[in-house]
Design a protein around this ligand. Sequence first.
Ligand code: NAD
Length: 491
Amino acid sequence: MKDYHMWIGGAPCEAASGARFTSTNPYTREEWARFPRASADDVDHAVRSAHAAFTDGDWPTWTASARGAALVRLAALVTEHADRLAEIEVRDNGKLFAEMSNQARYMANWYAYYGGLADKVEGLVPPIDKPGVLNMVTYEPLGVCALITPWNSPLLLLAWKLAPALAAGNTVVIKPSEYTSASTLELMALVEEAGIPAGVVNVVTGFGDEAGMPLVTHPLVRKVAFTGGEAAGRAINEAAARDFKKVTLELGGKSPNIVFDDADLDAAVPGAISGIFAASGQTCIAGSRLLLHDGIYDAFLERLLEMTRAAKLGDPMEADTNISPVATEAQHRKILDYIEIAKAEGATCVLGGKAASPGGAPGYFVEPTIFTDVRNDMRIAQEEVFGPVLSIMPFSDEDEAVAIANDVLYGLAAGVWTNDLHRALSMSRRLQAGTIWVNTYRSTSYTTPFGGYKLSGLGRENGSQAIMEYLQPKSVWLAEPRAVANPFIRR
Ligand code: NAD
C-alpha cells in the first residue's frame, strides 16, 4: 500500500482531520494506495496558498516568456516520465497501458503548445473615438482557478486546463477524481522540477461533496474548469453562478456515429469499434449510437460482430489486450444495469450483455455489448452509459440520419462515414455537436477547440482561443491633460 500526500504551497501535506481514503486497482480489485481525505479546511489552506502565490512572491513578476519556458520544461519532463505516469494511471483506472502511455506522451504537447502561446497573447490599441486619448487593452489572469478532473483520463484532461491556466499567469488548486488521484500527485514533482514556484500549483485529494464543492464556492476562487458528469457539472455551474465565477464545463455525450452506404467499410468498421469499445467505452466522446444506412446494415453488422468477437479482454498491462476492466465497482454495476434496462425496453442483445472474467481475472470486466432493434427514444439511446455498450439504429436517408442524430440532449461529438464530399459538408453543417469527425473517430488535438453543444458543456478547451478562458481584458485610458468643459456630462 502506497501512501500519498496532498501538495499545498510546494510541500506534501496531510488532511487536517488526518482522514484518508483508498484507491482500488480495477483489474485486481486490490486496494493499492491511500490519500488524504480533504475537507473544507484543507481546501481553504490550498486556495490561500494559491492566492498568496498569485498576489505575492515570484510568480506575478515572471514575464509571459518565463512562464512559457517553464511549461516547455514541464513538457520535456512529462515525456521523460510518460511510461511511469501511465503505469500509475492504469493501476487507478484500469485502462490499457498501451493507450495511457501513448496519451501521456501526447499530453506533453499541451504544455509545449501553451508554453509557446504564453508570450503571444497580444493586447489591442483600439482606434478610440476621443481626441487626445490612447486606449490599450491588456489581458490579465483571473487569479486562483479550480481545476476538477474525472477518472477516465486524469492527466490528459488536467493538461487541457493546467497548461492554458499557467500560460495565462493564474495559480491553481486541482481536485482530481477520488478514484484516480495518484498520477496528479506524481506530476507535482515534475512541476517543481520545471521550476514553477511553490504555491502556483496545489492539489487537494478527496470527494466531490467534501472537497470539490468547497473549492468551487471558495470566495478566493475566480474560475472553475471542470470535466465530469452532467449532475456534478450542473451543481458546479449553479454554485459558481452565485458569485459570478467564470466556468468551463466538459460534460457527457451520446454521440452518433453515422455510416452511409458509400462509406469505405474497411475504415468504418474499425471506426465504429474505436468509437465504443476503445477504453471500454469510458470516454465522453464514445460513439455509443451507431446509425447504419439500410443499404449496408446487414453487411456492416456482420463485420462489426466478427471484429468485436475477436477483441481480447484481459490484463491492461499486456500489449495484446484490447479491452480492459471498467474503472470502478459502481461503474461496473451501472453498465450492467443499463444492459438490463435496454433488454426490458425491447432492444435485442446480439453480442455480450454480461460481466466477464477473462482467465479468471477478478476485475470489473463487461463484455463488449451490441444492441439492435433500438429506438431513439429508449433510455439506452438517450442516456450516457459510459461503458462498452453500443446501440444500433437504421436510417434510410440523410434527413432521417440528422433527425435521429440531433434528437438527444447532448452534443459533444458526431462521426460521419462517407466518400461523398457534398454529403460530408452538409452533414458537418447540420449535426449539432462541438466536434464532427468525417471518416475518422475519437481524434482530439491541442490545436483545435473541444467542447459541447447543449448539455455537453460550456466553453471550449484546446486551441489558441482556449487561453482566453483564463484571461480577462482590461481597458486602460491614457489621456492628454485637458480642461474639462462640463464635469457632469460623460466624455
Ligand atoms: P463526476 O462528475 O462524478 O466527477 C468528476 C469530478 O468532479 C471528480 O473529481 C469528482 O470528485 C468531482 N465532483 C463530483 N461532484 C462534485 C460536486 N458536487 N462539486 C464539485 N466537484 C464534484 O464524473 P466522473 O464519473 O469522474 O467522470 C465521468 C464523466 O465525465 C462522464 O459523464 C463523462 O462523459 C465525463 N467526461 C467528459 C469529458 C469531456 O471532455 N466532455 C471527458 C471525460 C469525461
